[in-house]
Design a protein around this ligand. Sequence first.
Ligand code: ADP
Ligand code: MG
Length: 346
Amino acid sequence: MSIKQLPPHLVNQIAAGEVVERPASVVKELLENSIDAGSKKIEIDIEQGGLKRIRIRDDGKGIPKEELALALSRHATSKIASLDDLEHVASLGFRGEALPSIASVSRMTISSRTEDNEQGWTVSPQHRDDGAEAFDDPEPTAHAKGTTIEVRDLFYNVPARRKFLKTENTEFKHLQEVVKKISLSNFQIGITLRHGQRNLLTLQPALERVGADRRVSEICGPAFMEQSLYLDYEAAGLKLWGWVGLPTFSRSQADLQYFYVNGRIIKDRVVTHAVRQAYSDVLFHGRHPAYALFLELAPEKVDVNAHPTKHEVRFRDARLVHDFLYRTLHQALADVRPNEAAESAP
Ligand code: ADP
Ligand code: MG
């Protein structure tokens, strides 16, 4: 074969392979967009585990009519404009890839209204028979300030990907886990989750500690809330706060471990190692700690552009972060009275 430039829809579908694995990944990208838009309330409506329909409605700043088509084009973002911006990025998104990728492998409709507009506008890219995408002009629609994005029939046009999707139940579990992770790092946002006719999560905005405790209890369970301690510590430009499970609340699996860096959920070896080490004196071998922890540091001290899904980060000074986490947690656990740090429950 001779060398040919790939058509844009194919480029989008290839990119979708990196960002969109399953309904849960769509929900993650859409929620991050709603959060970046400054939303105070987000409603998530799911049908058939997200395979049939995902609809996310927010009350954020909205997308102007003239930018609707742009939002759907590749590498179009309102969040960064230069390399310098990238190094200081504080928003969750910045690649401008999610919407075009998702749109290329589903039937998507975007409706949105900005504050200074009396009405909303809606677009729905069509896939032609040759695969290319076609946009009609936006149509007027009734919409409150904010954005609604609906994603139907994920992978309907990519049978090879659709095959890898699991049952509705399994897909919904993944999706629910994403909603939990995001709810934990955005206490100020009210979030609801519905699956078919069922209301699964109704979280009020939590502006104070009590509200935050209630949300943690709702998401991590009341037992965790009762058997955890709250910490809030700052040193050398690093701040760590959140809830750490007492040794009495250890788990047989590492299934209750939420760690955020500047509001972004991450999985990182430096972090996992530091936490495990801090617990090593107080937990039995084979038991896992539970925690919901938030690390905050200047954005330029951490590189979030390490992976398309942004689950991984690179700390500029990994050693400093490791030692800070280890010392802070070790101290917090050592301060617990010995009778509270009783033997691990099975
Ligand atoms: P990124 O988030 O990396 O910028 P996306 O493809 O996810 O890229 O979104 C493209 C652009 O569309 C965003 O930069 C933003 O301007 C706009 N956008 C997407 N979702 C929303 C939303 N819910 N509210 C307001 N603007 C949005
Ligand atoms: Mg985005």
